[in-house]
Write a protein that binds this ligand. Structure first.
Ligand code: ADE
Length: 220
């Protein structure tokens, strides 16, 4: 998979690309990630990318030209262009599984007050990572990349994500590690029983119980 990320703040991605599972996925060539500063596509003096809003109002608005030129330069016949915006479709695990099938993604990160409405005509989908407003689309882009990349073949073991929360519309079951007794809180005995059938049943029940308690909306 290839991912191009359009941003005015490429340095924000340094840590994300150079640590842990994402770093390994890049080294293994499961994904290639290209951070593109769309300021480089500005044709204006001082590489201007934003201007004041028509009709007045506070803040600056990202202009069409640099972002649309970057999209047109980078896209091919098999590209999905995604705009990060709080007005987009709310991101869910099921969407991560859909995006994992794509060959090439372009993620567009807005910043400042917003972007010119006409940019919407040049993207295939709009995604929000939740009902709150961030200073820009960079963190949402990282969240999407992270959730998709961990599902790509060879990045983590399939059994590690098969039972993730939200797969099968359930929250994950509780897990424990050593010590057996932590300040009087003991690990449920069934997990030490060695009986795989009983353990599977316990986990299934706990997963359902937890989902009913915390996220009954998932079961609707
Ligand atoms: N940009 C600012 N806030 C956002 C959000 N919640 N989701 C996606 N993009 C955003």
């Amino acid at each position: 998979m290839k991912i191009d990320i359009l941003t005015l703040f490429p340095n924000m991605f340094d840590g994300f690309l150079n640590e842990s599972i994402i770093k390994r996925a890049i080294e293994k060539k499961a994904v290639s990630i290209n951070i593109v500063n769309f300021r480089n596509y500005s044709k204006l003096n001082n590489s201007q990318v934003d201007d004041t809003p028509y009709g007045g109002g506070s803040g600056m608005v990202l202009m069409c030209e640099p972002i649309v030129s970057a999209i047109e330069d980078l896209r091919d016949d098999d590209t999905t262009v995604i705009l990060m915006t709080p007005q987009g479709m709310t991101y869910k695990q099921a969407m991560a599984h859909e995006l994992k099938q794509k060959k090439h993604l372009i993620l567009v990160c807005g910043h400042y007050e917003g972007f010119d409405e006409r940019i919407r005509s040049f993207v295939d989908m709009e995604i929000s990572i939740g009902d709150y407003v961030l200073t820009g689309g960079e963190i949402p882009a990282m969240a999407i990349c992270d959730s998709v990349i961990r599902l790509l073949d060879g990045v983590i073991k399939e059994e590690s994500y098969r039972e993730d929360s939200f797969t099968d519309k359930r929250l994950d079951y509780p897990t424990y590690t050593k010590p057996y007794d932590f300040r009087g809180m003991k690990v449920p005995d069934v997990l030490l029983s060695g009986n795989h059938q009983e353990i599977a049943k316990y986990r299934e029940n706990e997963s359902l119980k937890r989902t009913k308690e915390r996220r009954p909306d998932l079961l609707d």
